[in-house]
Structure formats: structure tokens, C-alpha cells
Ligand binder design. Structure first.
Ligand SMILES: [Zn+2]
Length: 91
């Protein structure tokens, strides 16, 4: 009977300890997942396209677009779009 009481006492002491440990583990996991989620992404605004003039990758949203022969070209700046137009000859 004394053994059972001791066991109960131990159980009562151990349960909060386990809870604390689980809480710490959960917090660590949340931290880990949170860090993983906030990792900087290469681009926020959609697909990336290569500027054919300078070779820089630009997002669809921020790119300077030019349609040539039914094909959309993406440039990093008006400057590159103009340069491309010059190298292409007449546009
Ligand atoms: Zn460019």
C-alpha cells in the first residue's frame, strides 16, 4: 500500500514535468517551423523570366514587357527593352 502511495506521489510529480518538457519541445518545434517559413524567397511576385539583354532574372510583375511576334519578352528595365529593340533591328 505504501508502495502504491509512493508511486502515486511520483506520478503526481512527474506529470507536470512531462507537460513542461512537451511544452518546451512544442515551442522549439514551432520556432523551427517558424524560421523555416520565414526563409527569404528569391521572388515574391510570380514567375521569373530571363532578360535576354543582360541575363538578369525578373519577375513577371515587375518586368518591362515587350511582345515580339506573339512572344512576350521580359526585361529588367526600359533601357534593356530599348537595347533589345535596337539589336533586333526594326520593330
Ligand atoms: Zn536587363
Amino acid at each position: 500500500m505504501l508502495r502504491l502511495l509512493a508511486f502515486l506521489l511520483l506520478f503526481i510529480l512527474v506529470v507536470p514535468l512531462i507537460r513542461v518538457l512537451i511544452g518546451a519541445a512544442a515551442r522549439a518545434l514551432t520556432d523551427f517551423l517558424g524560421k523555416g517559413g520565414s526563409r527569404p524567397r528569391p521572388e515574391i511576385g510570380g514567375k521569373l523570366h530571363r532578360d535576354p539583354v543582360c541575363g538578369v532574372y525578373v519577375s513577371e510583375q515587375s518586368a518591362v514587357k515587350r511582345v515580339k511576334g506573339g512572344e512576350t519578352l521580359y526585361f529588367c528595365s526600359e533601357d534593356c527593352a530599348r537595347k533589345h529593340g535596337q539589336t533586333m533591328g526594326n520593330s
